[in-house]
Ligand binder design. Structure first.
Ligand code: FES
Ligand code: FES
Length: 217
C-alpha cells in the first residue's frame, strides 16, 4: 500500500476522495462478477458428468436385429442408444474404446458392412439388418489378423487405449486402397489420434500388413 491508499480498501485514493482503479481491484471485481450468474440465482454444481440418460419413454424403444462378429444379435434398445454404448454397455464388447464420445479421436472405430465408422456417433438403430465387426471379431479365432500381428511386430502402441480403433481403421484403410505410400497412410489414418505418439510404429505396421493383405505399401 503506497502513501495515499485508502487504509480500509487498499485502493489508491485520487484527489477529491475518489478511489482509483488499481490492477488488484479490477481483478477482484472481475472475480466477483464471474461468480454471479446472469439470472442472479445460485447455480447448483452438477453432481455427475455426464448426467445419466433419461429412461426411454414408451415408443422410444425399438427391436434391433443385427449380426455382430458373425453372431446374430436380437435386442430391444432405446432408439437413442449409440452403437458404442450398445457394444460396450449391453453386449460387453469393450474392445472399442470411448475416448472423446464426439467423433474426434477414432478410438471407437468399428466396421459396418466392411466400412469404418466411429461408433460413438452412429446410432445402434442404424445397424439393424447389417453386419458389424469389432476388434474382438477381427481374427479368425486361431490366428491374429495380419494387422494385429503387424502392430505387435512393430511395437505400434504404448498404453494401448487407441489401438483397437487404430487397427480397425488401418484394416479399412488398406481395403480402401489408401495405403500405397506412407504419406497416404498418414492422411487416411489422421482421424485416429494416439496420445502416446506411437505413429512411427503404426505407419510401419500398416505398411507391413498392407503387403500381406494385398494392399500394396
Ligand atoms: S470415442 Fe468415438 S471418436 Fe472418440
Ligand atoms: S498407444 Fe496410447 S494412445 Fe495410442
Amino acid at each position: 500500500m503506497s502513501q495515499g491508499d485508502d487504509p480500509v480498501s487498499g485502493q489508491e485514493e485520487r484527489p477529491g476522495g475518489v478511489p482509483a482503479l488499481t490492477r488488484r481491484s479490477a481483478l477482484q471485481a472481475g472475480a466477483v462478477l464471474a461468480a454471479v450468474p446472469l439470472t442472479g440465482e445460485a447455480v447448483a454444481a452438477p453432481s455427475a458428468y455426464p448426467p445419466p440418460a433419461m429412461p426411454a419413454a414408451p415408443g422410444q424403444t425399438m427391436k434391433l436385429s443385427t449380426t455382430i462378429n458373425g453372431r446374430r444379435v436380437e435386442a430391444e434398445i432405446d432408439a437413442r442408444t449409440s452403437l458404442l454404448d450398445l457394444l460396450r454397455e449391453r453386449l460387453g464388447l469393450t474392445g472399442a474404446k470411448k475416448g472423446c464420445d464426439h467423433g474426434q479421436c477414432g478410438a471407437c472405430t468399428v466396421h459396418i458392412d466392411g466400412q469404418r465408422v466411429v461408433s460413438c456417433l452412429t446410432l445402434a438403430a442404424k445397424v439393424d439388418g447389417r453386419r458389424v465387426t469389432t476388434i474382438e471379431g477381427l481374427s479368425d479365432g486361431k490366428r491374429l489378423h495380419p494387422m494385429q500381428q503387424a502392430f505387435i511386430d512393430h511395437d505400434a502402441l504404448q498404453c494401448g487405449y487407441c489401438t483397437p480403433g487404430q487397427i480397425m481403421s488401418a484394416v479399412a484403410c488398406v481395403q480402401e486402397g489408401h495405403a500405397v505410400s506412407r504419406e497416404q497412410i498418414r492422411e487416411y489414418m489422421s482421424g485416429n489420434i494416439c496420445r502416446c505418439g506411437a505413429y512411427v510404429g503404426i505407419v510401419a505396421a500398416i505398411e507391413q500388413a498392407a503387403g500381406k493383405m494385398g494392399g500394396k505399401a
